[in-house]
Design a protein around this ligand. Structure first.
Ligand SMILES: Nc1ncnc2c1ncn2[C@@H]1O[C@H](COP(=O)(O)OP(=O)(O)OP(=O)(O)O)[C@@H](O)[C@H]1O
Ligand SMILES: [Mg+2]
Length: 282
């Protein structure tokens, strides 16, 4: 039995018009094809500028779809009108890298969380309880509701952003480098929170990161992007430990590992790879 994937991206092309003399648009994504299954984490790795965020933005309806199609639960969502798109926001949510710019600095955390609930038609009294439950779900104290975003640490702010993404009980969350701004131990705790929430709610993640170690930790399957294309897509462990594509191999060699012996072996292999001149990653 094959279930319809939650999200399907078919031959997606994204082009941006550029100002100035050059009239021809810039093609940022070429022929992207992937799917995200229910309850799954699909990791998306690649170097800076490879198009990871653009793909996430296309799924969110924030980047122009020039060719191809994006489907959610079997229904085409690329090219939806504003109203239909807004209706979809209960199903598809987002967590960005920098919760400072994505959370309204003038609103208390309680109001930040109550707003999407009100939009979703939840009555005030019930919303108060839901805010408490949401704070609990991301392991923040109940009194966090009275505080402003700037009164939290980076890791706590990201927990607020996650709570906000969870308000409407989405089926998919696009996570764009959600732990990249955090120090390593905070990263690990927030990643564990993502996993815990997924196990409890069955939400799927399209999880963007430039860091193979992060993706290895969280993703069931991994897609590797290089210059606007997907060069490899497969089982998370396989892609992050024995990748096939030379670009992914280089990315793997560049990703730090905590074990110094393994580190030394990697360094040796990196030298070897450098002398054989494969791929284009740094
Ligand atoms: N609005 C835009 N107009 C024109 N070009 C854009 C626009 N947004 C992104 N690009 C270009 O698309 C390419 C991919 O950008 P994108 O932000 O998707 O990369 P990324 O993989 O997320 O990189 P990073 O890891 O640095 O976040 C870049 O070359 C970028 O300059
Ligand atoms: Mg990006």
């Amino acid at each position: 039995m094959t279930e319809t994937p939650l999200l399907e991206v078919d031959d997606l092309v994204v082009e941006y018009d550029v100002r100035g003399f050059r009239r021809s648009p810039v093609r940022v994504l070429h022929g992207i094809a992937l799917d995200v299954r229910r309850g799954e984490t699909l990791g998306l790795v690649g170097e800076s500028g490879s198009g990871k965020s653009t793909l996430g933005r296309a799924v969110l309806g924030l980047a122009p779809v020039t060719e191809g199609e994006i489907r959610f639960e079997g229904r085409a969502i690329s090219g939806l009108g504003k109203r239909e798109r807004r209706a979809l926001s209960s199903d598809i949510q987002v967590v960005f890298q920098d919760p400072y710019t994505s959370l309204n600095p003038a609103m208390t955390v309680g109001d930040i969380l109550a707003e999407p609930l009100a939009v979703g038609g939840v009555a005030k009294g019930e919303a108060r309880q839901r805010v408490k439950d949401l704070l609990d779900a991301v392991h923040l104290p109940t009194d966090a509701a009275q505080r402003l975003p700037r009164e939290f640490s980076g890791g706590q702010r990201q927990r607020v952003a996650i709570a906000r993404a969870l308000c409407r009980e989405p089926k998919l969350i696009v996570c764009d480098e959600p732990v990249s701004a955090l120090d390593l131990s905070t990263q690990a705790r927030v990643l564990d929170l993502f996993v815990e929430i997924q196990e409890r709610t069955g939400v799927a993640y399209l999880f963007v990161s430039h860091d193979l170690a992060v993706v290895r930790h969280i993703a069931h399957r991994v897609a590797v992007m290089y210059r606007g294309e997907i060069v490899e897509l497969g089982d998370g462990d396989t892609v992050t430990s024995t990748p096939e594509h030379p670009y992914t191999q280089k990315l793997l060699l560049a990703s730090p590992v905590p074990d110094p012996d393994a580190q030394a072996t990697r360094r040796a292999r990196r030298l070897e790879a450098a002398s054989s001149g494969a791929g284009g990653a740094r």
